[in-house]
Design a protein around this ligand. Structure first.
Ligand SMILES: [Ca+2]
Ligand SMILES: [Ca+2]
Ligand SMILES: [Ca+2]
Length: 430
């Protein structure tokens, strides 16, 4: 069965048509023929080696006397853009034929049409395929008429080419991670799942720890299925997937992932088709924000001996009114990271506890502590350790946290127990 095109080519297709009409009317006005120039196949062109070369300004015509004839063509793109392969058949009798678009190697396939043609259906057009500059090949073969006495078929092939015009568009072949297209951060990249095996790989690099989310906009496709899968990988070898989502129709929508706090490095994204063959354009944006630095403040309660930490000026001021002393800046925390530090409260003793360990949090909750949610985030790059100390003699203020090794050592001398590192702060900003 010939593939049905469920979807027009979206905005690109529309623009192309507008652009085409403008060129045509200009051409008429100037009395200059802007119609594609004619070229003819040069037999024998039965192998890729002998392929007939034509340019994207030309409409190349060929003849196939019987089903054995294979015609190869090739053309070169000097800039990236979207290619539509247009095939026209001259009518003699109903029949069928095949056409395919490949890489220069004549093997990597972008589009493969196995189609019937009748008097009212002589034209076939590929999906938009976003290609990098380079040489590509086309093969036309397997022509067959239902009437065996019919004479040869005549056909023509033409490339409709739309330049990227300043937009960021994928460049095939990007079907494997090692051929991933580089994404410009905070800028939409347009892609299309064009041919049946099409997978689109992208990569981006961040030079500093950042909060990153991925926005994916997909188009209406008219029936419910799962045509999209998008994955964000932090590490191709271990295939850590930060984000994996299936997109369902039918509405056109922009979906934005959660924010991920990513360490400096290169990350990969792939877009794949789900369980149905549909040729669909999409947009993908990697939103990259630097993370804000939160100043954590330290307070001391002279009555209970407890230290308390907060980023809230308001909470600090309220506690100072209640008799706490403000001891200044404790450390700097990222506004977000993959490692939240949980804050717990013991209403019997009035003590607070802080831990990035879910297990410790859950144990304390079982013992009657109140989970007060996320207090702050630990730096995933583990820049500045917050030393954790334990005072076995205290009821409240049992734990103390400090970035100062000197303070830690002094407390250990006074009988505190060194419990290692509680969490991490950011490098000191100057
Ligand atoms: Ca031929
Ligand atoms: Ca693609
Ligand atoms: Ca691809």
């Amino acid at each position: 069965m010939a593939k049905t095109k469920f979807f027009a080519k979206g905005k690109e297709g529309f623009l192309k048509k507008l652009f085409g009409a403008a060129v045509l009317s200009l051409g008429l006005f100037a009395f200059v023929g802007t119609k594609a120039m004619a070229a003819t196949e040069a037999e024998p062109n039965d192998t890729l080696r002998n392929a007939t070369e034509f340019s994207i300004d030309e409409e190349v015509s060929g003849t196939q006397p019987d089903q054995r004839d294979v015609d190869w063509y090739k053309f070169t793109l000097t800039e990236p853009g979207t290619v539509y392969v247009v095939v026209n058949n001259e009518y003699t009798r109903d029949g069928y034929g095949r056409v395919a678009l490949y890489n220069e190697d004549g093997f990597t396939e972008y589009w493969n049409l196995d189609y019937n043609f009748t008097q009212t259906s002589l034209r076939a057009e590929s999906e938009g395929i976003n290609l990098a500059p380079g040489t590509y090949s086309i093969k036309a073969w397997d022509f067959f008429h239902w009437d065996i006495n019919t004479t040869a078929r005549k056909y023509s092939i033409k490339i409709d080419f739309v330049t990227n015009e300043g937009r960021s568009i994928e460049a095939e072949n990007n079907d494997t991670a090692d051929r991933a297209n580089e994404i410009v951060l905070n800028q939409k990249t347009e892609g299309q799942l064009s041919y049946e095996s099409d997978v689109d790989w992208y990569k981006f690099t961040i030079s500093e720890s950042s909060a990153v989310s991925v926005s994916f906009d997909h188009f209406y496709y008219g029936f419910t299925a799962s045509p999209w899968r998008l994955n964000l990988y932090s590490d191709l070898n271990s295939e850590t997937v930060y984000y994996s989502e299936k997109y369902y129709g039918p509405e056109k929508a922009i979906i934005t992932s959660d924010k991920y706090y990513l360490s400096p490095g290169t990350y990969y994204i792939n877009v794949e088709r789900g369980n149905s063959y549909v040729s669909l354009p999409y947009g993908i944006t990697v939103n990259c924000e630097g993370t804000a630095v939160i100043t954590m403040l330290r307070l001391y309660n002279p009555n209970t001996g407890e230290h308390f930490y907060t980023s809230s000026e308001r909470e600090k001021n309220a506690l100072v009114k209640q008799g706490w002393s403000f001891e200044g800046k404790a450390w700097e925390a990222p506004e977000w990271s993959n490692t939240p530090v949980y804050r717990l409260y013991n209403k019997n003793s009035g003590d607070h506890h802080y831990t990035p360990s879910k297990k410790e949090r859950d144990n304390l909750v079982k013992q009657g502590w109140t989970d007060e949610g996320i207090g702050w985030y630990s730096d995933d790059n583990k820049s500045v350790p917050l030393f954790r100390l334990y005072n076995p003699n205290a009821v409240t203020g049992q734990h103390h946290y400090t970035t100062s090794a000197r303070e830690r050592d002094k407390l250990v001398q006074q009988g505190w127990k060194d419990e290692g590192t509680g969490w991490y702060g950011l490098p000191e900003s100057k």
